[in-house]
Design a protein. Structure first.
Length: 202
């Protein structure tokens, strides 16, 4: 009963993820790293704001929503318990779209599979002893794990590219310095009279 209420704001982030994927792909294809970075930061900021806002609303008013919408006190307890997954669940949709736009499909696949395995571990370990709470803990752990690894993958990918750009910049600066020390007038004279330049070498 609690899931429809929790997943309702998720429809907003899912629609935004569909729009975000081609924008990230276009920025990556054009090599516009500044645009991709700004779009990623805005996405994380607004989705985090939505997630934490919904978490506080469900946490504070979960019991009332359960009684009003579902006529059940137990539904209110589940709404309050599941409210902690809101920031991670809403953010995961857009982070997944960002990784797909960046071409990180294989890492995304392994992250999702490992998150499912983590939930299965919680189900087989804690559900027999703690019941539905064990399943909810596994759901929270899976969402938290996915969000953390998504962010780490995006940051690592951006950092590696930044290091590569910095390295190429330093290499280009060294080449430019070596070019400044060359006597280009002498080189041009050698090109205009190659036979004389060849004789000077011998």
């Amino acid at each position: 009963m609690a899931f429809p209420l929790l997943f309702f704001p998720n429809a907003i982030t899912s629609a935004f993820a569909v729009l975000l994927l081609p924008l990230i792909s276009e920025g990556v294809a054009l090599g516009d790293k500044t645009y991709v970075r700004k779009l990623t930061l805005k996405t994380i900021r607004y989705c985090s704001l939505l997630g934490f806002s919904c978490m506080f609303i469900f946490l504070l008013f979960g019991n009332h929503l359960g009684r009003i919408l579902f006529h059940s006190q137990l539904a209110g307890i589940f709404i309050r318990t599941l409210s902690f997954i809101c920031p991670f669940m809403y953010l995961n949709n857009t982070l997944s779209a960002i990784l797909q736009g960046m071409g990180k499909v294989i890492p995304l696949f392994f992250i999702n599979v490992s998150a499912l395995l983590l939930r299965l571990i919680f189900i087989f370990t804690f559900v027999p002893t703690h019941g539905i709470k064990g399943y909810l803990w596994g759901l929270l752990a899976g969402q938290l794990y996915q969000c953390t690894i998504y962010l780490f993958t995006i940051i690592a990918s951006t950092l590696v590219k930044a290091i590569g750009v910095a390295y190429r910049t330093v290499q280009g600066y060294e080449v430019l310095k070596r070019a400044e020390r060359v006597n280009w007038r002498s080189r041009m004279e050698d090109l205009s009279n190659p036979h004389e330049a060849f004789e000077r070498l011998h």
